[in-house]
Design a protein around this ligand. Structure first.
Ligand SMILES: [Zn+2]
Length: 85
């Protein structure tokens, strides 16, 4: 298990990981430097800023697929931690 920065889709609560999820794109537009397009069947699309990402504890296998579904990840609250990305 490793801690990675991710962004949650508020519609289906899937967490997407920056760098490995095909749904996360860095875009240079006013209002948000990143766009998250969730995976089918979820059709949610949102923009987010870097400071909205949160650290999640997840298996390396799931991280490599780009996302983790509810129950497969654990939000790391506060404290000190190392980011491996
Ligand atoms: Zn979603």
């Amino acid at each position: 298990m490793t801690i990675h920065m991710g962004i949650m889709c508020e519609a289906c609560r899937t967490v997407h990981f920056i760098g490995t999820s095909p749904g996360v794109e860095l875009v240079k537009t006013i209002g948000g430097p990143y766009t998250l397009a969730c995976k089918p069947p979820c059709e949610a699309v949102r923009q987010f800023r870097r400071d909205e990402m949160r650290p999640y504890r997840v298996s390396d296998e799931l991280f490599s697929t780009g996302y983790a579904e509810p129950g497969e990840y654990e939000l790391v609250e506060g404290g000190s931690f190392r980011i491996a990305s």
